[in-house]
Design a protein around this ligand. Structure first.
Ligand code: CMC
Length: 390
């Protein structure tokens, strides 16, 4: 077989000879290998490092899942204790006071998180070091500090002083404590922990891909996570959980949900919390979040949100065959814990940082620059006309 040298081809022929992506949005394009996470979109299964997320949600803890994602295996008791101790230490969780002073008043929580994470790099002694050991230390600090940042901002914008982290509480319970100043109920702390487990990773979703693209330039952990937070913010990705609650607030009354959703479908509206690029069935995370949101709603004496969502889901499934994703029920649970809607996406990020960091570690472990091509469809022979003659 005669091998054609790409430099013998015209630029057009060269592009034609490359593998071109037929569907927009890189749909169904496999861009890399990864050992971290597998999604079975037909069966509705999600696997972290070989473990079904259903089993992890039932039996594991967020801290253990973070370890699993970063180190590739479940920890022994000794490894877990050492890891947990560092992750929950006040020294790892606390924010540099100068960072808190940076937080501007009229900013959304997601913008505060994006800017705060970026700024935290300036305070990290490991920042320029991209060795695996230093990256794990940075990931540890980010995972521990992001909840402190989210909670501190919530307090600051309400005119209250931030609450110092409590090293006796796990990450989930400590976050709820730092938000409200009260130790959470067992159900709230457990529900929040499970929500963190369920959001921790999801293969090459948009924010993770953004993190990997940034990491692949041999940029650092903070830059990669900042890129990821920017990508997560959009309503087609993590921002959908906030949009779901805005929809619920518009519907208000469960008795009006059916009419509302039928009209929205007739109007060809995009309904947040539904649909997925990979799942052809219900997202496996949705069933856990539905159950937990229902339990919390019952405990808080407000079941209306979950009732509204159940009706919307029934009609979407019957009429459109489009199924709930992870973002449909998460917010109803957070709302029952008294968390404001615009904190839902920052909470998603507090969990997904575990996956983002695992992907940065994997990318740096076997790196090649991610630099695809575009199929150019613009003009090629435009004649330059000086501005004075245009
Ligand atoms: N509501 C109404 N129609 C929908 C929806 C939806 N939520 N999702 C997909 N469709 C329809 C869409 O209109 C299109 O129909 P047609 O072929 O007749 O034009 C078809 O399904 C395919 O949609 P698409 O937008 O091309 O599919 P995609 O794979 O590019 O998008 C998605 C995936 C998640 C962006 C999309 O389903 C969506 O916009 N969902 C709402 C936002 C949302 O919930 N995002 C969270 C995603 S999961 C968690 C996360 O990543 O954070």
């Amino acid at each position: 077989m005669i091998q054609t040298n790409r430099f013998d081809l015209t630029p057009r022929e060269e592009i034609d000879a490359m593998s071109t992506v037929n569907k927009a949005g890189l749909e169904d394009v496999v861009v890399s290998t990864s050992d971290i996470c597998f999604i079975d979109g037909r069966e509705g299964r999600l696997i972290y490092r070989g473990y079904d997320v259903d089993d992890l949600a039932a039996q594991s803890t967020f801290e253990e899942v973070v370890y699993l994602l970063w180190y590739g295996a479940l920890p022994t008791k000794k490894e877990y204790d050492a890891f947990y101790k560092t992750l929950s230490a006040t020294a790892t969780r606390k924010l540099p006071p100068k960072l808190v002073a940076l937080l501007a008043k009229k900013t959304t929580p997601m913008e505060v998180l994006r800017t705060g994470v970026s700024a935290l790099s300036a305070f990290d002694p490991d920042d320029p070091d991209n060795s695996r050991e230093a990256e794990i230390r940075k990931a540890m600090r980010l995972t521990a500090q992001m909840p402190t940042l989210v909670a501190a901002w919530e307090r600051i914008r309400r005119g209250k002083a931030p609450i110092a982290p409590n090293p006796k509480l796990n990450l989930a319970a400590n976050f709820l404590y730092m938000m409200s100043g009260k130790k959470p109920t067992e159900l709230a702390a457990k529900t929040f922990d499970v929500a963190l487990i369920l959001h921790a990773d999801h293969e090459f979703n948009a924010s993770t891909f953004a993190a990997r693209v940034t990491a692949a330039t041999l940029s650092d952990m903070y830059s990669a996570i900042t890129s990821a937070i920017g990508a997560l913010k959009g309503p087609l990705h993590g921002g959908a959980n906030e949009q779901v609650m805005i929809m619920v607030d518009k519907i208000k009354d469960p008795a009006k949900a059916e009419t509302w959703i039928r009209k929205a479908i007739a109007d060809k509206a995009r309904i947040m919390g539904f649909g997925h690029r990979v799942y052809r069935v219900e997202d496996p995370r949705a069933k856990h979040l539905r159950r937990l949101a229902a339990e919390l709603g019952r405990q808080a004496g407000d079941e209306s949100k979950v009732k509204i969502l159940n009706t919307v889901a029934r009609v979407m499934t019957e009429e459109k065959h489009i199924y709930p994703n992870v973002d449909l029920y998460s917010g109803a649970g957070y709302a029952a814990m008294g968390i404001p809607t615009d904190q839902f996406t920052p909470i998603f990020a507090m969990s997904r940082v575990a996956g983002w960091a695992a992907h940065v570690l994997e990318q740096h472990g076997n790196n090649r620059l991610i630099r695809p091509r575009a199929e150019y469809t613009g003009a090629t022979r435009a004649t330059y006309v000086p501005i004075s003659q245009r």
